[in-house]
Design a protein around this ligand. Structure first.
Ligand SMILES: Nc1ncnc2c1ncn2[C@@H]1O[C@H](COP(=O)(O)OP(=O)(O)OP(=O)(O)O)[C@@H](O)[C@H]1O
Ligand SMILES: Cc1ncsc1CCO
Ligand SMILES: [Mg+2]
Length: 280
């Protein structure tokens, strides 16, 4: 259950992160899937960040040194795209810029799983997946029992992925974020639950991808506290979904109202709705 004092302790940090994103408008490079490009870019814009969908391998040496954060999402991966992702991730890590890996539909092929494991080697700041993605990626490490599932939607509850998330955080050094009914964030030791969001958000494709982009923007403004920045991004996105749903007739209008709500969030809305607890 939510503890009011716990949530109010987090609330001011969540609001401070959003305010800083709006003030600094971090430049976020997104190498994301074809399905999600529009929603990721619009989510970042309505949060106050500046998205750039720059994915050609020839542009990365010129462009990536200027970004504030990177988001890599393998949702429509092909062999042509992998070198761009690796090159941008490698450069971001080398230059100390935060980056997020979204292992979308990671276990739909051996190629995708191997690619994600190679990307994890390039030291993402945050790995954000749904429950099934985190369980599959975590279980692919040597010595573990491989768990497979098909498709981009989760067949697991996010809370079923807590141990997998902790283990992946421990082995990779990344913060691991699991989206779902309760968003989970862990550094391998602490486990935080973000209880914002609505079920209908699952019925809009690429909400998880957009969340990964938003996490990158929040990391850009608080590099020293990646766990806290990730928790804040997840709470803000969930609150925008809650406010959006109240004005919606279904998923299509929720998509529109979610973006409007994110754009219009004020301090009172954030502080009254933040619902964050420590789970472990
Ligand atoms: N059952 C639920 N109850 C409340 N909020 C939810 C629920 N499911 C999803 N959400 C919200 O939607 C956000 C996106 O989560 P989801 O797990 O659907 O992403 P995803 O599977 O990666 O999506 P996609 O692959 O389509 O981008 C979560 O962070 C949360 O705010
Ligand atoms: C539907 C879909 N297929 C590959 S990526 C994607 C977007 C949600 O992950
Ligand atoms: Mg996803």
């Amino acid at each position: 259950m939510e503890s009011k004092s716990e949530s109010s302790e987090w609330g001011s940090g969540v609001w401070a992160h959003l305010t800083t994103v709006r003030q600094r408008s971090p430049l976020v490079q997104c190498i994301t899937n074809f399905v999600s490009m529009d929603l990721v870019a619009n989510t970042l814009l309505s949060a106050g960040a500046s998205p750039a969908m720059v994915h050609s391998v020839v542009e990365i040496p010129d462009f990536t040194p200027h970004i504030h954060a990177l988001c890599v999402n393998v949702g429509t991966l092909t062999p042509d795209w992998l070198p761009s992702m690796k090159s941008a991730a490698e450069l971001a890590s080398k230059l100390g810029k935060p980056w997020v890996l979204d292992p979308a539909a990671v276990s739909c092929s051996g190629f995708r799983l191997k690619s994600c494991l190679e990307l994890v080697e390039l030291k993402p700041t945050v790995i954000k997946g749904n429950g099934s993605e985190i369980i599959a990626l975590s279980s692919a490490s040597p010595g573990q029992t491989r768990v497979q599932y098909m498709g981009a939607d989760s067949s697991h509850e996010s809370t079923d992925a807590i141990e997998a998330a902790k283990s992946l955080a421990f082995s990779s050094g990344a913060i691991v974020a699991v989206s779902g009914a309760v968003d989970i964030v862990t550094d391998g030791k602490r486990v935080i639950g973000v209880h914002n969001g609505t079920k209908m958000m699952q019925k809009i494709t690429a909400t998880g991808c957009s969340l990964a982009g938003l996490i990158a923007a929040f990391l850009a403004v608080d590099q020293l506290q990646p766990l806290e920045a990730t928790v804040s991004a997840m709470s803000v996105f969930g609150i925008a979904g809650e406010l959006g749903e109240a004005m919606s007739k279904g998923p299509a209008s929720l998509r529109m109202h979610l973006i409007d709500s994110l754009y219009g969030l004020d301090e009172t809305m954030v502080l009254s709705r933040v619902n964050i607890t420590r789970l472990g």
